[in-house]
Write a protein that binds this ligand. Structure first.
Ligand code: NAP
Length: 327
């Protein structure tokens, strides 16, 4: 699926018609912030929800609104007048409750279509709680009477950035995935697919598995990052128990998927029953290989490495973008 073409702009205008407001949840996060940028660029009327308006940032054409999916009483005004919902939250224990509240608020407000970010391999028999949680929300949404589209992305490439500290301090990357290969997907590609499903017709009742075009192991990713930063990076093949006992910082992002890693010794791409087998590869940049993408993510580590070697330098914040302008 190509994004950013004239065809897309035409379709967006046809569906949205300048009046069908989209409500974006998760708008301060990895996918949501890129989604807002793209919707803004396309001129799509959009409202962005956050619990804390201090986190909002100026994006042309985007209206920020305060609301907490954990507090249904804060949602009525936020949802009122919207027609399409982009549903995403973090994936902590309260995810099912938060997304349940969002679906209820959407129904009450007269929303007609919900695009939900779920996860690869969401199922009722997933050994990973996250897979089961997403499955439960998917089921509720499917039974809600609302039109729905599920996006089921694989492991985000940006998870690798959570290992920056270990790369810099110890020259290592940890994972319990062994030599299992992962078709990492760039979060920006997930946002690109979201724009298409939110604004063009033909996606109702579909489940899209989103992967990159190339599966690679953490060991291979470590080699690529080492080559980019000019310093060897070793891959440490942890046991699942070691991974479970890993510091919070690592677990909270790259390691957040350790339970899935534990179960799979990853296959390149796991199709689930009911998935539309459309792997939206390279949604907006078909030419880039994922090796190149990992290289570009690795560039995010370089400024921090430099800041460490030169304490006078201003450390670069934990950026999800390559500060050197890599694709
Ligand atoms: N990481 C992966 O490899 C991977 C793979 C497949 C699927 N996924 C799925 O992707 C999703 C995470 O996407 P992401 O990385 O873009 O998210 P993220 O960067 O972690 O951002 C989480 C967002 O959730 C919002 N949120 C949390 N609690 C909320 C509440 N009570 N009310 C309203 N908003 C709330 C936050 O908004 P505020 O703080 O501004 O309120 C924030 O914008 C999860 O569902 C995960 O299962 C991740």
């Amino acid at each position: 699926m190509r994004i950013g073409s004239d065809t897309l702009s035409f379709s967006i205008l046809n569906k949205v018609g300048g009046s069908q407001m989209i409500l974006v949840t998760g708008s301060t996060g990895l996918i949501g912030s890129e989604l807002l940028r793209r919707l803004s660029q396309a001129g799509v009327p959009t409202r962005a929800l956050t619990r804390d308006l201090k986190k909002s940032r100026e994006v042309p054409g985007i209206t920020w609104v305060a609301g907490d999916l954990g507090k249904p009483e804060t949602l009525r005004a936020a949802f009122e007048g919207t027609k399409t919902l982009f549903l995403l939250t973090h994936y902590l224990e309260d995810m099912v409750a938060l997304q349940h509240n969002a679906i209820a608020a959407a129904r009450a407000a007269g929303v007609t279509h919900v695009v939900k970010v779920s996860a690869f391999a969401a199922s009722d028999h997933s050994k990973a709680p996250i897979g089961r949680w997403h499955y439960h929300v998917e089921k509720e949404l499917q039974e809600s009477g609302l039109a729905w589209t599920m996006l089921r992305p694989h492991h985000f490439m940006q998870n690798l950035l959570a290992q920056a500290e270990y790369v810099i301090k110890e020259g290592v990357i940890y994972s319990a995935s062994g030599d299992g290969k992962i078709p990492y997907v760039d979060g920006r590609d997930v946002a690109a697919v979201a724009v298409a499903t939110l604004t063009t017709p033909g996606h109702v009742g579909k489940k899209y598995v989103l992967t990159g075009s190339e599966a690679m192991s953490y060991r291979q990713a470590a080699e690529i990052i080492g080559a980019v930063i000019g310093k060897p990076v070793r891959f440490i093949d942890e046991s699942p128990d070691e991974s479970a006992g890993a510091p919070r910082a690592r677990r909270s992002s790259a390691g957040r998927h350790r339970e899935r890693s534990r179960n799979r010794r990853l296959s390149a791409c796991g199709r689930q029953d009911g998935d539309d087998h459309e792997h939206h590869r390279r949604a907006h940049r078909p030419a880039a290989t994922d090796g190149r993408r990992i290289r570009s993510r690795a560039c995010g580590i370089v400024p921090r490495l430099n800041a460490r070697n030169d304490p006078g330098a201003r450390p670069h914040p934990m950026s999800r973008r390559c500060p050197s302008g890599c694709p």
